[in-house]
Design a protein around this ligand. Structure first.
Ligand SMILES: *Cc1c(COP(=O)(O)O)cnc(C)c1O
Length: 256
């Protein structure tokens, strides 16, 4: 074996071990919640990791991958395809309107839809390349953002920081997605607010998801839970967990 092949075999073994642990957590979470284990889809978040890791995880049966920056995701999706890995790609990061044209070329689902402008840009770009892009409305669950918008009287075009629409604006965005050719309303997504227990945040996300589903029965996805809090998310109905560190290992600091 060349040293490259030996390194790759080591990495495959490491990823297989971590994947087994994450899958065991998902299974245990589903069991505790009385849900079937195949209720929850694992999305491997590969930001900062190479396309070769995508190919290795795909060979281990991972079907869904996510990235949070277009500059990194676009070439990585192409490089993974060149290695024979053509998984479902999820875009999970804050998205600038001017990146919509690039993202609709490789992404199957965008988790971070939080502005009407973005809905329109994604819809027209998706229609332009004749693709149907799944969209999740990202919800800002940070209580400070909700208070700030209330105080300012601004109907809240999303809070600062990690992005997301205010809960009060979610239904309007969901209606807008559902009305756009080229887009399919999948459901909702959130990141638990920093420094607070995740359970109550995921519980409010679940209620918001239910109100969206009441208006749009096909919108069944709840994207919630990362390496640190996927257990709490599954307890509150998450259908998609986005896992980076627990699967791939630590990232360099300051990369979100
Ligand atoms: C990086 C990232 C994740 C994965 O985070 P980990 O803590 O490494 O599992 C999930 N969701 C989003 C939006 C991310 O940016």
């Amino acid at each position: 074996m060349t040293s490259g092949a030996a390194d790759e075999a080591d990495r495959l073994g490491e990823l297989a071990g971590r994947l087994a642990q994450v899958r065991a957590r998902i299974t245990a979470g589903c069991e505790a919640a009385g849900r079937p284990a195949d209720d929850v889809t694992l999305i491997a978040i590969t930001k900062t990791f190479p396309a070769s890791d995508v190919a290795l995880l795909a060979s281990l049966g991972v079907t869904d991958f996510g990235e949070n920056r277009d500059q990194e995701a676009a070439p990585k999706a192409a490089a993974a395809a060149a290695l024979g890995a053509c998984p479902r790609w999820h875009f999970v990061g804050q998205l600038q309107v001017n990146k919509a044209a690039s993202v609709v070329r490789y992404a199957d689902v965008v988790h971070s839809v939080d502005k009407l402008r973005l809905v329109r840009a994604l819809g027209s770009r998706a229609a332009g390349v004749r693709r149907q892009i799944g969209c999740l409305i990202q919800v800002n669950l940070d209580p400070d953002a909700v208070d700030a918008a209330r105080g300012s009287g601004d109907a809240g075009r999303g809070g600062a920081g990690r992005g997301g629409a205010l809960p009060a604006d979610v239904l309007e965005l969901a209606d807008a997605v559902a009305a756009q050719d080229g887009l399919l309303l999948g459901g909702v997504m959130a990141v638990a607010p920093l420094g607070l227990p995740p359970g109550p945040a995921f519980r409010s996300l679940r209620r918001i998801a239910e109100s969206v589903r009441a208006a749009h029965p096909g919108a069944t996805m709840i994207s919630a839970g990362m390496s640190g809090d996927l257990d709490e998310a599954i307890a509150e109905g998450a259908t998609h967990v986005r896992v980076g560190t627990a699967l791939l290992g630590g990232r360099p600091p300051f990369v979100r």
